[in-house]
Design a protein around this ligand. Structure first.
Ligand code: MGD
Ligand code: MGD
Ligand code: SF4
Ligand code: MO
Length: 756
């Protein structure tokens, strides 16, 4: 057997770890951390190792499946696409483009094919019914950062390797390895910060692993981060601690923040959030006086009632305390793809536009081209013109991942037609009429287009396909383009897909050469197309080459002065990646607001403070329970529970509850309880622990695999329950449409009374 060692970036979470893969022929035999990876330096987590088991999972869908008489049968690719063409086109013709909805799931963000071609598919469909996991995740941060800085992903990340103080709110990187902040070995970086004499403060209603390792942990009542943060703003203002630092002269709207801040004294907000006033003052002073400091907020601050306000206030505090755009503070990185060469961008833009359309049933606004997924079931179930009759899911499991899951499950069942591009028959894809499987991970080229834009260093790493496609496999990009070709009425053949690919490339090239300035201005489009199409190359790699070469470190296709710049070929020659160094200050050039300034007080945000946040200052803990989520290092949203090595051992899907509450409700550790919310109920074993705040209970999301037709042999045995049966579709953050997944009112009762 031919043994070899190859290097590849892990596609499973946002940390982008380099893997050392041992192969015998084309079989993966061992996974290790790549010690020479310029970014991860050998780190990996148990999920990375389990890439081997994932690759070998017998339950992965191998051939396209078509449902006949309620059963999936294997068909050829041509048969599958013919079925789609025959059933999708009539729906588009009879009911219009909006009758087809799309849901893009989380793994799309880790997949080069999806990052490049999902948009082509959406455009070809021409539907406004676009949904994704973004509105059960980071949409509030995108909205707040977009309003403040002007770009859809102008999100500052913590310069953690040079920090002396980090305050982490609603994030547990010891389990998640970080999010909206790409930092392989996030735990190791926190420990290095502490070893340098720096401090880590965690603010979380649970004593998470990150909280255990922190220098200080503060319990906070769910969904009161905005109150807490406004308290910090109040202290910075009243104690004269505001120092805009690098933002001096660039900030509009400070007066509005000053006008609202007096309502949020530490004493007032302490009553709401449960963090005492002296601690709020101390943290405000520490943030202002520590040169290299910052607040990092993540899922707990987003997927809640005040998600956009909390996300906004994180950046307001960072700005007022002088911590934005400084080394060791919160910084904007500079990814290798996009943006043009350094010095070519102006620091002004069109800003973001939201609410260009509204959803049919509930009138919810569009955010960055998509509607909130909390309303997907409404659009499927409500009759009338524009009703959704067909759905395409791409790498998503909304039946588990989105609120009021039982209703969505019924809605999926009622569709006239559903296509899933996925690798499993799971809670969502069991409803599909056609499943188009993605190929083995190792057949795919990989480049983290999305995640390197949020990385704490400027790095680039490309992994080529390591094994050839098997005869029955098709590349995912081709599948997406064939779907697009069908939607565009161009047939389901491969040639039509390739024509769309050529067209997509030519459009971006023409845009670049048509600019008035920059190294590509006035160049011949065909010459550039030819350069990236060397050796007949097409698909996502060809697009990637173009993006790299026109990016800030690119060779600009040989323009004078850029000859040594980066190309895909150069990345291929560097299998451990290329490090372009730590982040550097980017203000004001990074801004894309129409004013070219930082908007500290966007109108819609201020209106929401007045309409909802100020009136909520009289809320108090009242003995009722609220539900929050959590993540486990060995789990990955809803889809890695079919891997025995990750799920075995003590059950992970349990209800955490504080001993005082357990006593109050007669609940015993390890015994089953019923948890109810307005929309649903689940039965789950209790885990009694003082690691959670009184008044708060926690269930991890992503479980509940025991339903009919779920083809996950292992996951069925460790099924757990779906926490989103309890999440309420009526609870969402109005500024972003993002679902409330933390802070859901629930009741609990012991299922079997405790023995006397
Ligand atoms: N209550 C609660 N709910 C939550 C959250 C929470 O914290 N609490 N978190 C939310 C967050 S942050 C997110 S991102 C969402 C995730 O929500 P989703 O993206 O809807 O769910 P995933 O579990 O990531 O599902 C991934 C799907 O992709 C498929 N898949 C995996 N690899 C591939 C591949 O290579 N190709 C293709 N085509 N398919 C593939 C899997 O089989 C699975 O069906 O969940 C959200 N839901
Ligand atoms: N192992 C593993 N890694 C993952 C994932 C996974 O499922 N498993 N999912 C990936 C994805 S898609 C994402 S988006 C990221 C998310 O990455 P993180 O944001 O780090 O997510 P969590 O680990 O869920 O940590 C969220 C924390 O917020 C706390 N919390 C809940 N409500 C509130 C609140 O109101 N206020 C505050 N301050 N805290 C609150 C919870 O107790 C929890 O500890 O992780 C990614 N990485
Ligand atoms: S931390 Fe994330 S990227 Fe790194 S090995 Fe684990 S799953 Fe893969
Ligand atoms: Mo996520």
């Amino acid at each position: 057997m031919a043994k070899r060692i190859e290097f590849r970036t892990c596609p499973l979470c946002e940390a982008t770890c380099g893997l050392e893969l041992h192969l015998e022929d084309d079989v993966l035999t061992l996974v290790r951390g790549d010690k020479e990876d310029v970014f991860s330096k050998g780190y990996l987590c148990p999920k990375g190792t389990a890439l081997k088991q994932l690759d070998a999972d017998p339950d992965r869908v191998k051939l396209p499946l078509v449902k006949r008489d309620g059963e999936f049968v294997e068909v050829t690719w041509d048969e599958a696409f013919a079925e789609i063409e025959g059933r999708l086109l009539p729906i588009l013709e009879e009911s219009g483009r909006d009758a087809v909805a799309v849901y893009m799931g989380n793994p799309s963000a880790h997949n080069l094919a999806n990052m490049v071609y999902n948009r082509v598919l959406n455009q070809a469909l021409g539907t406004t019914n676009l949904y994704s996991a973004s509105t059960v995740d980071q949409m509030p941060k995108q909205v707040s950062a977009g309003l403040m800085f002007g770009g859809a992903l102008s999100v500052p990340v913590a310069d953690i390797d040079r920090m002396d103080l980090i305050v982490m709110m609603g994030a547990n990187p010891y389990a998640s390895n970080g999010s909206l902040m790409t930092a392989p070995d996030f735990p190791g970086r926190l420990e290095a910060l502490q070893a340098r004499g720096g401090r880590v403060i965690v603010i979380d209603p649970r004593r998470s692993q990150s909280a255990e390792k922190a220098d200080e942990h503060l319990f906070i009542r769910p969904a009161t981060d905005a109150h807490f943060l406004f308290g910090i703003v109040n202290v910075l203002l009243t104690e004269g601690l505001v120092d805009l630092g690098r933002c001096e002269g660039l900030v509009d709207g400070l007066a509005e923040v000053e006008r609202l801040a007096p309502s949020f004294t530490p004493e007032v907000v302490a009553e709401v959030c449960g963090v005492d006033a002296d601690t709020i003052r101390r943290i405000a002073r520490d943030l202002a006086s520590t040169g290299r400091a910052g607040i990092y907020g993540r899922i707990g601050t987003c997927t809640q009632e005040f998600g956009t306000l909390a996300s906004w206030l994180v950046d307001v505090v960072n700005i007022l305390a002088g911590n934005l755009d400084v080394e060791g503070g919160m910084m904007f990185n500079r990814p290798a793809t996009g943006g043009g060469p350094i010095g070519s961008t102006s620091g002004k833009g069109r800003g973001i536009r939201l609410g260009r359309r509204h959803s049919r049933v509930k009138g919810l606004p569009e955010f960055f081209g998509e509607f909130p997924v909390v309303t997907l079931a409404d659009e499927i179930e409500t009759p009338g013109e524009g009703q959704v009759r067909a759905l395409i899911t791409v790498a998503g499991n909304p039946a588990v991942s989105t609120p009021d899951a039982s209703r969505l499950d019924r809605a999926l069942d009622s569709l006239d037609f559903m296509v899933a591009v996925d690798i499993y028959v799971n809670e969502t894809t069991r409803h599909a009429d056609v499943i188009l499987p993605g190929p083995r991970v190792l057949t795919k080229g990989h480049y983290d287009l999305a995640l390197y834009g949020l990385a704490i260093r400027n790095v680039a790493n490309y992994s080529p396909p390591l094994v050839p496609l098997a005869e029955h496999e098709r590349p995912e990009w081709e599948t997406l383009l064939r779907l697009a070709a069908i939607a565009a009425g161009q047939g389901s053949g491969i040639d039509a897909a390739y024509a769309l690919d050529d067209f997509a490339l030519l459009s971006v090239v023409q845009k670049a050469v048509g600019r008035n300035d920059g190294p590509l201005a006035g160049r011949d489009a065909q010459e550039i197309v030819d350069a990236v199409s060397v050796g007949g190359r097409r698909g996502p790699e060809r697009m990637l080459d173009f993006m790299l070469r026109t990016g800030p470190y690119g060779d600009q296709f040989g323009a004078p002065g850029f000859e040594d710049g980066v190309t895909l070929a150069k990345l291929e020659a560097n299998p451990h990646g290329i490090d372009f160094g730590p982040m550097t200050p980017r203000l004001p050039e990074v801004l894309r607001t129409p004013t070219g300034r930082i908007e500290l007080a966007p109108e819609s945000v201020i209106a929401d403070v007045e309409a909802r946040l100020v009136p909520s200052l009289d809320r108090r803990a009242n003995g009722e329970l609220v539900l929050v989520g959590r993540r486990d290092l060995r789990s990955n949203n809803s889809w890695m529970h079919n891997i025995e090595v990750l799920v075995k051992g003590k059950p992970r899907c349990t209800l955490q509850i504080h001993p005082d509450d357990a006593t109050r409700f007669g609940i015993e550790d390890g015994r089953p309880v019923r948890v109810r919310s307005r929309v649903g109920e689940v039965e789950i074993d209790a885990s009694v622990t003082d690691g959670i705040m009184p008044g708060v209970v926690s269930i991890p999301h992503g479980w509940g695999h025991a339903g009919d037709g779920v083809g996950l042999g292992v996951a069925r045995r460790y099924a757990g329950v779906n926490s989103n049966l309890l999440a309420d579709r009526e609870l969402f953050d109005p500024l972003s449409g993002n679902a409330v997944l933390n802070g859901i009112p629930v009741t609990v009762e012991a299922l079997v009374p405790a023995p006397a």
